[in-house]
Ligand binder design. Structure first.
Ligand SMILES: Cc1ncc(COP(=O)(O)O)c(C=O)c1O
Length: 372
């Protein structure tokens, strides 16, 4: 089976560990193990808890304690609606392999995480792109979605909050998408890996898993919870659908690491403190970015409503890749070129990394723009 290169991941693998100022990061600055244990008040006692754990496969679908915790991130879900996976990347891959057969229509928004259109394409699906445009604040055009949705549609894939634009669909908007999905009896997958860090309110927008009987949400510890190193994610959806997923999962996953499962449960039990830190950082850093954009004549953007990333539009005659490579070589600053996410003419910036390094990175970026 042939599949396209995963543009963003290729870019990250090439440069992420060689830059000085990382403005390409999409996780809220990752916590150390020590920070996590301090937040949980377990720094002195954790070994007593970990030493007796047998390093066996553990609970195959994820521990009850963890699945219960994940279910409480939603309003209408319980343990049987949660299946633990290897990151959200594993969760998304499992959803696509469970639901998509050759010839099926799959509708995916773009831009988004490339899995959602390149995996179904590799399966021989009839993939239709629902383009998110700047003039619609990077929200889907619902009439276009209606036109694309037909009786062969097995899956509609959205990403809320959206990577790379930071756009956010509220409950009312999601309800309209649910109506379209229901009319053609399609599953609706919402990649919600950035949920919990909206710029307003308590940070949580309604999940499609709570809105639709065929709604599926994927999420993980990586972004809003700052714990990508645990490589732990989940699928939340109808129990009968999860049984279908389990058939595929047995071939690829068995279980996740028992220590990762254990530490994720601790993190979710202390979610208030972790998410308060994440919201504080994303809100303060976006305010800084917003001020910077307002002073840069060559840059414009649609201000994100959530997530950790924004798409910057630049008014220069240079490809996004050349821009980013030159920027890295001359200033050590890393952005992500729009070209690796099928959005030429834009640059993706992450605004949730360490505030001080973001400040320096933006100063260097200003120098670079002035030199250009
Ligand atoms: C929208 C989206 N989904 C999924 C993932 C994968 O995340 P994880 O680290 O949980 O596998 C990412 C990572 O960048 C992402 O941006």
């Amino acid at each position: 089976m042939k599949i396209k290169e995963f543009g963003v991941e290729v870019w990250m693998n090439e440069y992420e560990n060689h830059c000085i100022h990382n403005l390409a990061e999409t996780c809220v600055e990752s916590l150390t193990l020590e920070q996590l244990l301090e937040i949980a008040g377990k720094k002195e006692t954790i070994l007593d808890e970990l030493l007796p754990i047998k390093l066996a496969y553990g609970a195959i679908e994820g521990s009850d304690r963890l699945r219960d915790q994940v279910s409480t991130l939603y309003s209408k879900q319980s343990r049987e609606n949660v299946l633990i996976s290897h990151g959200a990347i594993g969760a998304n891959a499992l959803v696509h392999s469970t639901l998509v057969s050759p010839g099926d229509r799959v509708i995916s928004v773009l831009p988004t995480y490339q899995q959602h259109y390149s995996i179904p394409e590799s399966f021989g699906a009839d993939v239709q792109i629902l383009k998110l445009r700047e003039e619609n604040a990077f929200l889907p055009d619902l009439n276009e979605l209606k036109d694309l949705a037909n009786k062969n549609t097995s899956l509609i894939a959205i990403n809320n909050p959206n990577n790379p634009t930071g756009s956010l669909m509220d409950e009312q908007f999601l309800e309209e998408i649910v109506d379209i999905a229901r009319a053609c009896d399609a599953y609706l997958l919402s990649d919600e890996v950035y949920r919990g860090i909206d710029q307003d309110g308590n940070g949580f927008t309604t999940s499609v898993a709570d809105l639709y009987e065929k709604g599926i949400s994927t999420g993980s510890m990586s972004k809003s919870f700052s714990l990508a190193g645990l490589r732990l994610g989940w699928i939340v959806g109808p129990a009968d659908f999860l049984q279908e997923v389990s058939i595929h999962r047995d071939y690829t996953t068995i279980s996740v690491g028992v220590i990762d499962d254990y530490l994720s449960a601790i993190a979710l039990e202390n979610r208030d403190a972790i998410l308060a830190r994440s919201r504080q950082m994303t809100r303060a850093n976006l305010a800084m970015l917003d001020e910077w954009v307002s002073k840069e004549p060559l840059i414009s953007y649609i201000k994100p409503k959530s997530a950790t990333v924004a798409l910057l539009k630049y008014d220069l005659d240079i490809s996004s890749r050349d821009f980013c490579v030159k920027l890295l070589e001359s200033k050590g600053v890393m952005l992500t070129p729009g070209s690796v996410m099928d959005m030429e003419g834009y640059l993706r910036i992450g605004f949730a990394n360490n505030t001080q390094s973001m400040k320096i990175g933006l100063e260097k970026l200003s120098e670079f723009l002035a030199e250009l």
